[in-house]
Design a protein around this ligand. Structure first.
Ligand code: PLP
Length: 383
C-alpha cells in the first residue's frame, strides 16, 4: 500500500472484527485476569517488553494499552518499521531510548551530532540520566565512537537552521552502535530513517503527527527486538502515552500526508519570497541551503514546512518581527495547521551551550495551512 492509503488504514486492522468503524478509546487502568497463572504469565511478558499473550490479560495500563498499541502499529507501518513504542512526550521517548541503550547496557557514552533540538542537547549536556556525551559534526562520528558508546543520536533536518544530514553516512560511521534519528521535522511522509540505516526513528508526536497543537506525545519506530528493550523502561519509569492522546495522534495520521504536502507547498512560497527581502541576511530552507551529500531527493523527498531566516538587524529585528505579525502566532512548537514564529536563541535553544547556540537574529517559522499570500503579507508587515 502507498503512504496515503496506509495513513488512513494502518493500525485499524482489528476494528471490523470488533464491529467498529472509528477508533475505540480504552481507558481501563486495570484489566480482568483470566486466572492467577495466566495473569502472572501476562504480567511477566509485558513487564519484560513482550506483547500480549494468547488468552491473557493486558494487566495494567502502564504496561499495555490497546488504543496506544493501535497508534503504534499505524506509525510503525508509515515508518517501514516492525514496531513502535509510544510515550507521554518526545522527551520521554528520547529519555527511554537513552536509558535502554546506555545505562541498561552499561555503555554510558553517547555520540550526538550537533545541531540538535535544545531539549535533547540539554539532556545530554547535563548527563542527568547518567550518560557521558561527545558532541560532534556528522563527519566526525567514527572518531567519536568508543568501546563504551551505547547510542548515536542525530537530527535531520536539524533544528533550527534546517541543515540536512546524511543518515547513511552517520549510520556507516556508527557501525554496530544503534543510531537514533529525530525525524520530527521531516515526518514519515518525507523521510524514513530506517530505510537509510538508522535503528530508530523518533518523533515528538506533539508536532506534525498530532498536527493541531492540542496533544503532547512521543514515539519511536524500530525493530521488535529494540521495542522489547524500550517497553520495560517505559513501564518502569511510567512514561506511556495516554490513550486519549493516542486516539488523537492516530486520527492525526489520516491527514498527515495531505497536511505535510500542503504546508510544504506554502513553505516553498514563503521561503522564496523571504529570499528576495532586503531585511533578510539568509534563508535556511532545504533546497536553498548547501546539500553536499545530496540528501534532498535521495533521503528526504521534499523540503518540509519549516523555514528559518537570519535577520540583518539581529536580536532587535527579531523582536520587532515576532511582535508585529498578526496571522503567525508568536509561540514555540511547530507542525500544526496554523503558522508559528519564534526566536530559537531565546526559547527552544535557550539551554544550549554558548558556542552551539543559534545566532540571536535567527527567527524560525512553522508554516501552516493558511493562504501563502496572507502569510507573505503578514511577514511583509513585520519586516
Ligand atoms: C519538540 C521536539 C522535541 C521534544 O518533544 P516534546 O514532545 O516536546 O517532549 C524533540 N525533538 C524535536 C525536533 C522537537 O521539535
Amino acid at each position: 500500500m502507498t503512504m496515503d492509503t496506509l495513513a488512513v488504514h494502518a493500525g485499524r486492522e482489528d476494528l471490523t472484527a470488533l464491529g467498529l468503524h472509528a477508533l475505540p478509546i480504552d481507558l481501563s487502568t486495570t484489566n480482568p485476569l483470566p486466572n492467577i497463572e495466566k495473569g502472572g504469565d501476562s504480567y511477566e511478558t509485558l513487564a519484560t517488553g513482550g506483547t500480549p499473550i494468547e488468552g491473557g490479560s493486558n494487566v495494567y495500563a502502564r504496561l499495555w494499552n490497546p488504543t496506544v498499541a493501535r497508534f503504534e502499529s499505524g506509525l510503525a507501518q508509515l515508518e517501514h518499521a516492525e514496531a513502535a513504542v509510544a510515550f507521554a512526550s518526545g522527551m520521554a521517548a528520547l529519555s527511554a531510548a537513552i536509558l535502554a541503550f546506555t545505562v541498561s547496557t552499561n555503555k554510558r557514552h553517547v555520540v550526538a551530532v550537533r545541531p540538535l533540538y535544545g531539549g535533547t542537547d540539554h539532556l545530554l549536556a547535563t548527563g542527568l540520566l547518567g550518560t557521558e556525551v561527545t558532541f560532534c559534526d556528522a563527519s566526525d562520528v567514527a572518531s567519536a565512537v568508543r568501546e563504551d558508546t551505547g547510542l548515536v543520536i542525530m537530527e535531520t533536518p536539524a533544528n533550527p537552521t534546517l541543515e540536512l544530514v546524511s543518515i547513511s553516512r552517520v549510520a556507516t560511521q556508527a557501525g554496530d552502535v544503534p543510531l537514533l534519528v529525530d525525524n520530527t521535522f521531516a515526518t514519515p511522509i518525507l523521510q524514513n530513517p530506517l530505510d537509510h540505516g538508522a535503528a530508530m526513528s523518533m518523533h515528538s508526536a506533539t508536532k506534525y503527527l498530532g498536527g493541531h497543537g492540542d496533544v503532547i506525545g512521543g514515539v519511536i519506530a524500530c525493530s521488535e527486538a529494540h521495542a522489547q528493550m524500550l517497553r520495560p523502561i517505559r513501564a518502569i519509569t511510567g512514561a506511556i502515552l495516554h490513550p486519549l492522546a493516542a486516539y488523537l495522534l492516530h486520527r492525526g495520521l489520516t491527514t498527515l500526508p495531505l497536511r505535510v504536502r500542503a504546508q510544504q507547498a506554502n513553505a516553498v512560497r514563503v521561503a522564496e519570497w523571504l529570499g528576495t527581502q532586503d531585511a533578510v541576511e539568509q534563508v535556511y530552507f532545504p533546497g536553498m541551503n548547501a546539500d553536499p551529500d545530496g540528501v534532498l531527493g535521495a533521503q528526504m523527498t521534499g523540503p518540509g514546512a519549516m523555514v528559518a531566516i537570519k535577520l540583518k538587524g539581529g536580536a532587535a529585528a527579531a523582536e520587532r518581527l515576532t511582535g508585529a505579525v498578526q496571522i503567525f502566532t508568536h509561540a514555540v512548537s511547530l507542525g500544526g495547521v496554523d503558522s508559528l514564529i519564534e526566536n530559537p536563541a531565546a526559547l527552544t535553544h535557550r539551554p544550549v551551550a554558548g558556542d552551539a547556540k543559534p545566532d540571536a537574529g535567527i527567527v524560525r517559522m512553522s508554516i501552516g495551512l493558511e493562504s501563502p499570500e496572507d502569510l507573505i503579507a503578514d511577514l511583509a508587515r513585520g519586516l
